[in-house]
Design a protein around this ligand. Structure first.
Ligand code: ZN
Ligand code: ZN
Length: 266
């Protein structure tokens, strides 16, 4: 079925049989009018692959997502992206199902752990801990070469960044301009990208908690950084850009071969 490569050109008989006349996902995207319905489609498709029931969305699954999913499912049916099937819905967007299956295979074995980590992270993200906020500079070291893998700095209200004198004058100006009174500031050099932004005290506290020593993946992940500050969840160790072997799409592989997305735009 979706064992081969992309079927953009060839007409897949499975598509025809399933009634997915405009079965390519680009067409599906155009037919679904509301963003909420599309989001549900994407999420349900991914979960159907991860939960090993590719292309099928049980009613109980939708119930678990809360109220309002019935109307969205109806919208997806009228857009011919889903159809009613015993006890749930069948996803007609077979390209999307195939892509999600590929991804699920990639994650095979890790899926349960990934979900557990996401749950823990979501839980931790909801915790705002202003009392834990403290100015800090943390540079997790690459387990392969010892170079700094990433750098995380929290600047307290009224304080200046550690390397302030090396900042260009324009960057200094914008830092001083955009920081309000009592405002914390986060400066982050990730594996593949860098950015800095003001943060609330509660968020600063949560980040300080995530990076208290000794650094561990589970704890660092609660900061909610897209690259987990360079940590590989399977090695429970950080790696630098070079040792993540980052591809053009921002996807990396650690020296042990574990994959991870390291670019927020990917
Ligand atoms: Zn390295
Ligand atoms: Zn690894």
């Amino acid at each position: 079925m979706s064992s081969g490569g992309p079927a953009d050109d060839a007409e897949d008989p499975a598509d025809v049989r399933s009634g997915a006349r405009a079965g390519q996902s680009s067409g599906a995207r155009e037919r679904v009018k509301s963003g909420a319905a599309w989001e549900l489609h994407c999420r349900a498709t991914a979960d159907s692959a991860v939960d090993d029931r590719p292309g099928f969305v049980p009613d109980v699954y939708l119930d678990g997502l809360g109220t309002g999913t019935a109307a969205l499912a109806a919208e997806l049916c009228s857009a011919a992206v889903w159809e009613r099937a015993g006890g749930g819905y069948r996803i007609l967007d077979r390209d999307a199902v195939g892509r999600c299956q590929d991804l699920a295979r990639l994650l095979s074995g890790q899926a349960a752990r990934v979900r557990a980590a996401i749950r823990a992270r979501d839980h931790a993200r909801a915790q705002l801990m202003p009392e834990m906020a403290e100015a800090m500079v943390v540079t997790p070291l690459c387990a392969a070469c010892g170079a700094p893998a990433t750098r995380i700095e929290l600047v307290g209200p009224g304080q200046l960044p550690a390397q302030w004198e090396h900042w260009p004058a324009t960057a200094q100006d914008s830092f001083l301009r955009c920081r309000g009174p009592g405002q914390w500031y986060l400066i982050r050099d990730g594996v593949a990208t860098s950015n800095d932004n003001p943060v609330q005290a509660g968020e600063a506290g949560r980040i300080a908690w995530a990076f208290r020593p000794p650094l561990r993946y589970d704890q660092v992940a609660t900061a909610g950084f897209y690259d987990d500050a360079g940590f590989c969840q399977d090695c429970d160790a950080a790696y630098c850009y070079r040792h993540w072997h980052v591809s053009e799409t921002g996807y990396g592989h650690c020296p042990a071969g574990h994959g991870k997305s390291l670019d927020p735009h990917w």
